[in-house]
Design a protein around this ligand. Structure first.
Ligand code: ADE
Length: 229
């Protein structure tokens, strides 16, 4: 898979792209990630990428020119069509099933907005999918792009080791994870449930299923009638 990120702050991605499962997937060649700075496509001597909104009002708006030119530059080195995604609180809400769909795409181009948002003609002209990671407003699309990148990469075949993949399966099944314990058996008076020490794999599996069901019912009942979301 190929991932391109278009942003005003490429430097915030560097440590994220080196660490943990994402870093390992990149190093092993499962995915390539490139960041491109809109500012490199500014035309004036101040390297402006934003301007005041027509009609007045607070804040600044990301201009069309640097965004279109950055995207055209990235896509000029194309092997096939890309899937363009604009991160915005106005977009479709990201869910695990949408993550799974996006993980099957060969090439995602993620556009991160800032300031008061994008010029509307960017939305109209790019024919991009607009995507939100939740009903709250971030200062920019970068944290949302990182959420999407992490969630997609961990679904690429080979990104997770055998032990880790079990976790993603239980999530994909539309339920919350059962509680986990490790050593010591007792910590500050809190003990590990006896069943987990029993060695009885059938009982353990049944206990975990039950815990998972109870947790989902009490914390996220919406998941029970909405598989995979
Ligand atoms: N940019 C600002 N807020 C956002 C959100 N909630 N999701 C995606 N992109 C955003």
């Amino acid at each position: 898979m190929r991932l391109d990120v278009l942003t005003l702050f490429p430097e915030v991605f560097a440590p994220f792209l080196e660490a943990s499962i994402v870093g390992r997937a990149i190093r092993s060649g499962l995915v390539t990630v490139s960041c491109t700075n809109f500012r490199d496509f500014a035309r004036d001597r101040h390297r402006s990428v934003d301007d005041r909104p027509f009609g007045g009002g607070p804040g600044m708006v990301l201009m069309c020119g640097p965004v279109f030119e950055a995207l055209e530059h990235v896509e000029a080195r194309a092997a096939g069509p890309s899937k363009r995604i604009v991160l915005t609180p106005q977009g479709r809400r990201l869910t695990q099933s949408l993550v799974a769909e996006l993980a099957r795409e060969p090439w995602l181009v993620l556009l991160c907005g800032h300031y008061e948002g994008f010029d509307e003609r960017i939305r109209l002209g790019l024919e991009a999918m607009e995507l939100s990671i939740g009903d709250y407003v971030l200062s920019g699309g970068e944290p949302a792009a990182m959420v999407l990148i992490d969630a997609v990469i961990r679904l690429l075949p080979g990104a997770l080791g055998d032990e880790e993949s079990a976790v993603s399966e239980s999530f994909t099944a539309g339920a919350l994870e059962y509680p986990q314990y490790t050593r010591p058996r007792e910590f500050r008076g809190m003990t590990v449930p006896e069943v987990l020490l029993s060695g009885d794999h059938q009982r353990i599996a049944e206990w975990r299923r039950q815990q998972s069901r109870e947790r989902t019912a009490s914390r996220r009942p919406d998941l029970l009638d909405n598989e995979m979301s």
